[in-house]
Structures are given as C-alpha cells and as structure tokens.
Write a protein that binds this ligand. Structure first.
Ligand SMILES: [Zn+2]
Length: 323
C-alpha cells in the first residue's frame, strides 16, 4: 500500500510539474510553522565575509579588544537600558501583532538575560556556570506597516528598506527588531525562525534582529514549540556577539571557554545526560540559549557568554554607543 501511495505521489508530482510551474513557486514558500529551529545569523556573516575582504581582520581586532575589556573587568557599570524598536510588517490584520505580544517578548528578554526566568533553576550539571547580564530591555516604539509581501528572505533584507519594509530607527543607540511572517532562507527556501547581526559586521541600516511573528513573545500569534520567546533571546545573543554553541562546525569553537564542545546543534528537548562525540565526550550544554532546542529546552547563558556579551558594551566595545 505504501509503495502504491508513493508511486501515486510521484506521478502527481510529475503531473503538477508539467502542468503548473507557478504552483511550484508558491507552494514551497507557503507559510507554516517550522518543524525545527533554524537561524541564518552565521549564513549572513559568511555572505558578509565574502563581500567584504577586510571584515575578517576587523573581527579579529574586535576579539582582541573584547579580550582586553574582559580581562580588565570593567564592562557594564550599573544597569544598561536597551531601547527596543519593533518594526512590524503584516499582510493580514491577524499578522499585525498586538502590543501585548510585543511586551511579552520584552518580559522574556529581561528575564532570560537577567537570569530571573522561571526555569533558571532547573537542575543541571551546568548550574554553577550560569551567567546573567545587567541589562534592561524597554519598548522604545512600535512601527507598523502593511505590505503585500507574504514571504521574506534573509538574504534580501527587504524588511529593512524604505520601499519594501521599515528602515531602522537609530540603530547605534536602539535595538531594531523586525517582526515578519514566513521568514525563509533564499538559497534553499528553508524556513527560518530568525537571524541577528553580530556587532561590527554590518552597516547600521541592517543592524538588529529579525524574527517570525509566531516565535515572538508568549501570546497572540506565538505558537508551540516556539512560544516562550526564546528565539529572540537567541538572536539578541548573536546581536551581543554570541556564536552558536557548536561553533557552526563539527566540534567547532563558540569562542567561549566555559561551554563544552558540541558536535552539532540539538533539536527538540534532548534527553538529560546527552554527551557530545567531541574530544573527551563532554556533557552537552543543550539547555543553552545558543543551541537549537525548542523554547522549553533552553534556559541559560554561561558566565563566559555573559562576559563576552558585556564586553561589547564596554567603553572600547563595538556597541559602546548604547552606554
Ligand atoms: Zn542562531
């Protein structure tokens, strides 16, 4: 029976290919909730590195500066307030996300970065290296714009241009957060939950983060398993210079010393005690915000990640203009 169904499906596919090519254009890009987490931050950096031959050198210089700032211990003095500008693009009334949904995202960012999230004390082997940051996110303004666009590709960045989207507001002193529906990677048309820009890697006009409307906040359009606001926690982590915990390579480096080597991203909610296949088979820190698990599976930054983030707000840091 299965074989018969397969033959039938293949026949149907061949038939539809021959008869309606426009369907092929539309169907793969139709909106649905992503089956697993995917973020385009690193892909976008790779594109930027290719287009700008001086970027790699500048990033290396930034790493040296950050290391100096971390060694000095002089990072953030007091609470650093980060004004957030929400840029909401919608093609239906339902996609015009409510202020309550946006505020719920701000609440999650504050809890997750300050270490006051309700799952912060979930017991795990890495409790002793949990880290928090003295930052407070506040809504600065919400800018809304109706659009006929029903799919947004990371590589195009159309959401950030005046003609097709909303231009960034004061990106050197405010975190711009674009909320869109049906975010995708153009190269393979795969679904994305979001992406952020690493500090010092982009023009101000493109700086900030982009997240899907169903993985923003905890109410309204927020949908399981991405309805605890952790997509933005992850993307703001990138915006504050954090890499993926597996270093975007098999047993790669995330440039943080107190996180273990991961062989690959984790999805869903991994079973307790999962070990990596990297040297020494360390216990993986799959509960870290910079992994790819479902929202309920991630609930901590490490100390090393927290000081790496704080370093970019130091007086010599690439986001010192936020001080
Ligand atoms: Zn990411």
């Amino acid at each position: 029976m299965k074989k018969l169904l397969l033959v039938f499906s293949v026949a149907l596919l061949v038939f539809s290919c021959q008869n309606d090519e426009s369907d092929l254009e539309v169907t793969p890009a139709a909106f649905s909730i992503a089956t697993k987490r995917s973020c385009a931050t690193q892909d976008m950096l790779e594109i930027q590195l290719k287009n700008d031959p001086t970027l790699a050198q500048r990033l290396q210089e930034m790493e040296l500066k950050n290391a100096k700032a971390m060694a000095s211990g002089k990072l953030i003095n007091g609470v650093l307030e980060i004004p957030v500008v929400f840029n909401v693009l919608y093609s239906t009334a339902a996609e015009n996300v409510s202020l309550a949904q946006l505020q719920s995202q701000i609440d999650v960012l504050n809890a997750d970065f300050q270490g006051t999230n309700s799952d912060y004390n979930s017991s795990n082997a890495y409790n002793s290296v949990r880290g928090a940051l003295n930052v407070k996110f506040v809504i600065d303004q919400v800018i809304r714009k109706a659009t006929t666009r029903t799919v947004w590709y990371s590589e195009d960045e159309f959401m950030k241009s005046a003609s097709t989207g909303i231009t960034a507001t004061s990106p050197t002193t405010k975190l711009n957060y674009w909320v869109v529906s049906n975010l995708r990677r153009k190269s393979d048309n795969s679904q994305l939950l979001g992406y952020g820009k690493f500090p010092g890697t982009t023009t101000a006009a493109l700086d900030g983060i982009v997240c899907g409307n169903y993985c923003t906040g905890t109410n309204g359009l927020a949908a399981a398993p991405y309805n605890l606001g952790r997509t933005a926690t992850h993307e703001v982590g990138h915006w504050m210079n954090l890499r993926h915990i597996w270093g975007d390579a098999n047993c790669g480096s995330d440039l943080v010393t107190d996180t273990p080597s991961h062989d690959a991203p984790n999805y869903g909610v991994p079973a307790a005690g999962l070990r990596s296949t990297c040297t020494g088979t360390p216990l993986e820190m799959y509960m870290n915000y910079m992994d790819y698990t479902d929202d309920k599976g991630m609930y901590m930054f490490s100390n090393g990640q927290a000081s790496r983030m704080a370093a970019i707000f130091s007086s010599s840091g690439s986001r010192s203009s936020f001080r």
